[in-house]
Each structure stands twice: as structure tokens, then as C-alpha cells.
Design a protein around this ligand. Structure first.
Ligand code: PSU
Ligand code: MN
Length: 293
């Protein structure tokens, strides 16, 4: 995307990008604004600048004002925007909540190198019946942004997603871990390309790799131990949420928001608590990197 197509209020390299799909479609409505404020606070405390990214009246914007964010959260059914429908949303001058893929695209155009999310999208389970692979994976191979994420969402086929990242040539760095995390779960059983424990070393690698390739990096930061959910318990809720999604014919972009919100309900808020904890932890790590770039 051409930098003059965006409204850039960020501080470029000192900024940490934050996405709006997570806020508008990933958590309950009353949680979104307090979460955004908390993420701002966490990033500022590390000496970096938070930059919430979204689309306002068709304009991709890096650094939403509080009013703009509130407007997006209040807008009924604000569309989820990935790299496939971003152009349509822009041309129609509508609002949009950006996923990992479009947040990366807009961040790159704004000169932002680091982005914190909860969990990136990936290869959905049951892909042998119906192919569903998140646009996030293709974006990681295209846009020069380091994405701090608690691996991929446990509702996906985590092993296949890890393989797809390898195929796309996206480096996966474990921050203080040897294993690829799966959102609510610290260890998916898959590995990382390298483990880095020290934030200075992590920032050095990010600088080196972004310069070298002009493509994305996954920084895998597991959910804090206290907020991890045992896999056996999680699988019971996931089985039910998946069954309901199939029965109701939920497909495409609606799958992830539906599954997350059903999991939050079925778990009595346990997955939400874990989700909030991991996003905050990722914002902390992202800010540590950005403040060193
Ligand atoms: N992380 C979260 N909650 C979310 C998401 C990430 O903790 O809701 C969003 C991101 O915006 C990601 C999207 O890009 O889920 C993936 O959607 P899909 O599977 O349709 O590509
Ligand atoms: Mn999909």
C-alpha cells in the first residue's frame, strides 16, 4: 500500500501496532475499551508508543484517537477486514476492524516494525474437507513487521499452521521458550526456529531480519503460566463450539469470532481471562522490542 493512502499518526519505528479485530470481534463489547486502555498503558510504560490500527470512513489509520476507536466499537457490525477485502472497504468509505493481515499491511506503510496481537490466524481444523487458511499467513510472508503472538489460536490445526509458516519462509522465534505455543496452551508440541531469552538480543534479531528480508517475523510468546488452560478441559469446550458452528453453517470470516465468543461463554469466562492475559503479555514484549529499535 502506498504510504499516502493512509492516515499515519504513529511514530514509526518507536510504535507498537495494535489491531482492532481483536477488540471489536475477539472479546465481549464491554471488555474492548478497558483492554485497549490497558494495552496503551503497558506499551507506554516500556518507552514505546501504542498505535491502534483500523479503517475509518475508508481511510486506513495508524494511531486511532479514543473517539475513533469508540466509534468503531459502537458501529453495528463493523466488518472484519483482511487483505482480501481491504480495498473494497476503502473504496466504499466504510469503517473496518483490521485483522493481523491488514494491521501488518497498514503498519508497514506507516513505518511501524512491531505489532502485538493475541494469536495469529492459521490453518483451520478439518481443512481436508474444506480449505480455510487465514490471510494472516500470507501477510507474514509479505509485510516487514515482527508480530508478537502467543503462537496460533488453539482452535486451529496448530501443527499444520506451524508447517505452513515454514513453507512461507517465516521465521518463528520463541521468546524464552523452545516450543511453539498455542494461545491458551504454552506448548503445542511443535518447535521454533530459535529461542531468544534476552530482549536486547531479540531486538537485534528483529532489526537484522527485517532489513535482510523485508518480510514478517513471528515472535512466539507463551501465555503466562498462571493463565494457561489445561488442554483436556479446553478440548471439551472446543468440541462443543465446533459442533455448533457446523450446525449453524458458520463459515469464512465468521468462524474465528464465533468460536472465540462461544469458548468464552462455555468456559464461564476462563478462556477470556486467558486471552486478555496473553494479549497484555504480548504488548509488553512488543514494546520491549520497539523501544530498542
Ligand atoms: N487474537 C485474539 N483474538 C482475535 C484475533 C487475534 O486474541 O480475535 C483475530 C486477529 O485479528 C486475526 C483473526 O487476524 O483473529 C484471524 O481471523 P481468520 O481466522 O478469519 O483469519
Ligand atoms: Mn478463514
Amino acid at each position: 500500500m502506498n504510504p499516502d493512502q493512509i492516515n499515519n499518526r504513529s511514530n514509526g519505528a518507536r510504535s507498537v501496532a495494535l489491531e482492532t479485530t481483536l477488540l471489536a470481534h475477539g472479546v465481549p463489547a464491554d471488555t474492548a475499551l478497558p483492554l485497549a486502555n490497558k494495552l496503551d498503558e503497558i506499551v507506554l510504560a516500556q518507552g514505546a508508543d501504542p498505535s491502534v490500527i483500523g479503517v475509518i470512513n475508508g481511510k486506513p489509520t495508524a494511531g486511532l484517537t479514543d473517539e475513533e476507536l469508540q466509534m468503531l466499537l459502537d458501529a453495528p457490525e463493523v466488518p472484519k477486514v483482511n487483505t482480501a477485502n481491504l480495498g473494497v472497504i476503502m473504496q466504499r468509505r466504510s469503517h473496518g476492524a483490521t485483522t493481523v493481515s491488514t494491521t501488518m499491511e497498514i503498519a508497514a506503510a506507516a513505518g511501524i516494525s512491531v505489532f502485538a496481537t493475541g494469536g495469529i490466524g492459521g490453518v483451520h481444523r478439518g481443512y481436508s474437507q474444506r480449505l480455510d487458511i487465514s490471510a494472516d499467513l500470507a501477510a507474514l510472508a509479505r509485510f516487514p513487521v515482527a508480530v508478537v503472538t502467543s503462537g496460533v489460536k488453539s482452535l486451529l490445526d496448530v501443527t499444520s499452521t506451524r508447517e505452513a509458516l515454514e513453507t512461507l519462509g517465516v521465521p518463528v522465534i520463541g521468546f524464552q521458550t523452545d516450543s511453539f505455543p498455542a494461545f491458551y496452551i504454552r506448548d503445542s508440541g511443535s518447535g521454533v526456529d530459535a529461542r531468544i531469552d534476552d530482549p536486547d538480543e531479540l531486538a537485534d534479531f528483529v532489526r537484522f531480519e527485517l532489513n535482510r528480508t523485508g518480510r514478517g517475523i513471528v515472535i512466539a510468546n507463551p501465555v503466562p503460566e498462571a493463565d494457561e488452560i489445561p488442554e483436556t478441559r479446553f478440548n471439551v469446550w472446543l468440541d462443543q463450539a465446533t459442533r455448533e458452528a457446523d450446525e449453524q453453517g458458520i463459515a469464512g470470516r465468521d468462524v474465528t469470532p464465533f468460536a472465540l465468543s462461544r469458548l468464552h461463554e462455555l468456559s464461564g469466562g476462563e478462556t477470556l481471562r486467558s486471552n486478555l492475559a496473553l494479549v497484555k503479555s504480548n504488548a509488553h514484549v512488543a514494546a520491549q522490542i520497539a523501544s530498542r529499535l
